[in-house]
Design a protein around this ligand. Structure first.
Ligand code: 7TS
Length: 404
């Protein structure tokens, strides 16, 4: 794969910060956007802007057609059985909140249990806590070991006749661990328990096939897969979506409204109340096209090379501590220099032009397990290079003696 060609598609990368070439290693927070995605957003507002589904005019019809084309592109991208199983949301957070609220209303009762993992992003913890509080249910967690590997053996013991759903991330945003979703689904389904997958950190790094995984819900954000902010996806299995009540009420999600009674629209519209972010949805298709043209296997192979190289380089730095060393992981490296506060390391790296994220990464329970305030996190995308990893290594070599 020619990284120079790929980089040339991303205008933001070609700049300096503090007089140094920008090294963007904060891809787990959000990826940068190729020109095609930016152009699509611009094209939408320049030539196509109109509200979808309700208009009798040309622009509305065109925008609606493109919007529904994106739904089909997403269906194919994750191999969903039906396009109406693809619900557009604002992002992973909204997707999980939708399921927790709606599934919760349909299926959670006093004394029930919800199982999540101990390595979830707050977005896959708090919505379930809210649902549990609302319905008198209890939250239970699958533990993980010091390497950052989920204790899958503990899962059967956590499931019982009160368990209503298992919700786990496909990839941890802090540890990089790839969780064995198909195995988790097999264990949960053997007891007729559905599984929600938070795919925010998987979708840009590997081929996701919701039918092969067997999961019941799969949630992700456009902005973490080279697409725009403001759009996300909730894939849900038709059979469950049909049984779940609407999440929000408003336009588009109804069939008929009277003051006495309202009937709801069919899938997927039942879950898409109000005007969606149409331009962002259209630009998501450009992001999918970028990933398909680049090749997901090529993306994964390149990122693995970067991650393996970075890990071996960083391990030679005195005092470095890595968090998340699972054998099966994506391109996330979380570390600390001795006991230095992650923020200090991040600030010094920033002044050298290197963008990393510091803190708890919205995974405070992970920090509590390791007894640390947070980590420094470098996360790679398809446009990053070995030279950039060398720049990180050289910067850390310089910084480490100051901090230790
Ligand atoms: N789930 C996981 C695993 C995530 O990594 C994130 C965002 C979310 C859910 C929420 O996604 P959103 O698009 O709805 O905000 N993770 C991060 C991160 O690691 N740094 O910034 C955001």
């Amino acid at each position: 794969m020619n990284t120079d060609n790929i980089r040339s598609l991303f205008p933001i990368l070609n700049q300096q910060v503090y007089g140094k070439p920008l090294v963007y290693f904060d891809n787990a927070a959000t990826t940068q956007k190729p020109q095609a995605v930016i152009d699509e957003l611009c094209r939408y507002y320049t030539t196509l802007n109109s509200n979808i589904h309700r208009g009798a005019h040309y622009l509305a019809a065109q925008a609606t057609e493109k919007y529904e084309e994106t739904r089909i592109a997403v269906q194919s991208f994750v191999n969903a059985r039906h396009s109406h199983e693809i619900i557009f949301t604002r992002g992973t957070t909204e997707s999980i909140n939708l399921v927790a609220a709606s599934f919760g209303q349909a299926f959670l009762h006093e004394g029930d249990e919800v199982v999540i993992s101990a390595m979830e992003h707050h977005s896959n913890i708090v919505p379930w806590q809210l649902a549990c509080q609302r319905h008198g249910a209890t939250l239970r967690t699958i533990p993980f070991n010091d390497q950052g590997v989920l204790d899958i053996e503990a899962l059967p013991g956590l499931l019982n006749e009160h368990t209503r759903i298992v919700a786990v991330n496909h990839v941890s945003n802090t540890l990089g661990t790839i969780n064995p979703i198909a195995d988790i689904v097999t264990i949960a389904h053997s007891r007729n328990i559905p599984v929600l997958v938070d795919g925010a950190q998987a979708i840009s790094h590997m081929k996701v096939d919701v039918q092969a995984l067997g999961c019941d819900f799969y949630c992700f954000s456009g902005h973490k897969m080279y697409g725009p902010m403001g759009v996300g996806v909730m894939y849900g299995r038709e059979e469950l979506l049909e049984k779940m009540p609407p999440y929000q009420g408003g336009g588009e999600m109804i069939k008929e409204v009277t003051f006495e009674q309202t009937t709801y629209n069919e899938l997927p519209f039942k879950f898409e109340a109000g005007t969606p972010s149409v331009g962002d949805v259209l630009a998501l298709k450009a992001a999918i096209d970028f990933m398909l043209q680049t090749g997901i296997d090529n993306i994964a192979a390149h990122e693995k090379e970067l991650t393996d190289y970075a890990t071996s380089r960083l391990l030679t730095i005195d005092g470095i501590r890595l968090f998340g060393t699972a054998p099966d992981k994506t391109s996330v490296i979380s570390f600390l220099i001795g006991n230095a506060h992650p923020y200090d390391t991040g600030t010094l790296l920033d002044k050298l032009g290197i963008a990393v994220r510091t803190g708890h990464h919205c995974t405070q329970p992970i920090m509590d397990k390791y007894g640390i305030p947070g980590t420094v996190r470098a996360s790679f995308a398809v446009y990053n290079t070995i030279e950039e990893v060398d720049a990180l290594y050289a910067a850390l070599k310089r910084i480490a003696p100051i901090l230790l």
